[in-house]
Write a protein that binds this ligand. Structure first.
Ligand code: CTP
Length: 402
């Protein structure tokens, strides 16, 4: 995966800088072209000459040391890179990156690059768990940087815990695997619906449900990471979409979701309906706030469109996946919906089980395909569950082609 890739290795000033030498060597052995940028502090640990010999390229340490007057070095190297790896990444470089500080060659090039950025932190265990460091890492992850977590064990500072730079082989493996994953659905179009819908009663009241949209948003994020062009039709949720590859369409009612899904459907390759759509809406929507009156209130409800059913009936080559949230007999109901709605697969969610369902960060689901093969996905974060669901979809799509 790394053959002929242009990789910039950024080395910041921590004792693990010595491991970056082995990393340079592993990256060049994997066929990559490697250029190294060192921070001034990194040069206190390892000589630039070591990296120059291992990468067979000049090493950058100073923004103003312009080796070629025809080029502006930090922009040139930023544009050249397909991949940027920061290893080891100290707490200081994480803070600078998170805040957009550009006060040396490495941080300046990092601001200018459009390359994929991988960060392998290494520091003392207490520094690693400091809220400021955690916050900076979260900011960078939200912006699309990929973290290669440090291992746990004996640290150079004498502490035992998490903070040891991941081994060079594992860093190379992680980057290769991620680069491979990025291509799996490249060129594919994926449409996902997420969140609840709101069905108005009057200007201040509505019917809704407990869906947070987390599962659908995780699916959208994972699909984008697999290289797909993602359209996300989202009901009213507080989730943010940070990935530039996700086109988000916000809707409120079941009917608005229906319109958006029908409009986007024809050009898609994969459609996943993770939204919890209202089955009923008030028959009359009042323009003015309803005033209370003595006695009971009855609100007459009418059916909304079953969006998934309609998509199932008109689908051509799209791989169509539904969700089923059930509190009893989930597999039987799931299979029934799979057949009735002409789906290629259904993800069944037993929302009565601890760790599964609405508002939570975790889920437990069973994926059932058209051949009624069941695959259980045990308790995991919604991101991990999303990852597994998309792998199963990929498997079934490939099986259909064979
Ligand atoms: N769905 C939909 N449009 C609706 C209702 C549901 O597209 N008006 C989709 C959901 O997005 C989900 C699937 O249908 O992918 C199953 O939703 P669920 O609420 O579990 O089932 P229903 O079909 O509504 O059936 P029931 O209410 O009988 O459980």
């Amino acid at each position: 995966m790394l053959q002929h890739k242009n990789i910039v290795l950024g080395v910041s000033g921590g004792i693990a800088a010595y491991k970056a030498c082995a990393l340079t060597s592993k990256l060049t052995q994997a066929g990559a072209n490697v250029q190294v940028i060192m921070t001034k502090n990194a040069t206190e640990f390892v000589s630039p000459l070591t990296f120059q010999a291992l990468s067979r390229n000049p090493v950058y340490t100073d923004t103003f040391d312009e080796k070629d007057f025809k080029k502006i070095a930090h922009i040139d190297v930023a544009d050249w890179a397909d991949i940027f790896v920061i290893a080891p990444a100290t707490a200081n470089i994480l803070a600078k990156m998170a805040n957009g500080i550009a006060d040396d060659m490495l941080t300046t090039a990092l601001l200018a690059t459009l390359a994929d950025i991988y960060i392998a932190p290494a520091m003392n265990v207490n520094m690693y768990s400091h809220p400021a460091v955690k916050h900076n890492m979260q900011l960078l992850a939200d912006r699309g940087c990929h973290f290669i977590e440090p291992g746990a064990g004996y640290l150079a500072c004498g502490w035992i815990g998490k903070g040891r730079l991941e081994e060079p082989e594992s860093i190379v493996d992680a980057i290769s695997r991620h680069q491979q994953k990025k291509q799996i659905w490249s060129g594919k179009k994926v449409l996902i619906s997420a969140g609840p819908t709101r069905e108005k009663i009057d200007p201040v009241r509505f019917f809704t449900n407990r869906s947070s949209g987390k599962m659908g948003f995780s699916l959208a994020k994972e699909a984008a990471q697999m290289g797909a062009e993602v359209t996300l039709v989202a009901g009213p949720v507080s989730q943010e979409t940070k990935d530039k590859k996700i086109r988000r369409i916000d809707v409120e009612t079941a009917e608005e979701m229906n319109q958006a899904m029908q409009r986007e459907f024809p050009i898609q390759d994969i459609v996943i309906k993770a939204a919890a759509v209202a089955d009923y809406r008030p028959k009359i929507v009042y323009n003015q706030k309803m005033k209370k009156k003595p006695g009971e209130l009855r609100i007459e409800m009418e059916r909304t469109t079953d969006i998934l059913q309609q998509l199932g009936e008109k689908k051509e080559n799209q791989f169509l996946v539904g969700f089923a949230a059930e509190t009893a007999d989930p597999l039987a109901y799931g299979k029934e919906k799979l057949k009735k709605k002409h789906l290629d697969a259904i993800v069944v969610n037993n929302i009565a089980v601890d760790g599964a369902g609405f508002e939570k960060d975790t889920n437990i689901v069973t994926y059932i395909n058209k051949n009624m093969e069941e695959t259980e996905i045990p308790l995991a974060t919604k991101a991990e569950v999303a990852n597994q669901i998309l792998s199963l979809i990929d498997r079934d799509m490939k099986d259909e082609l064979n």
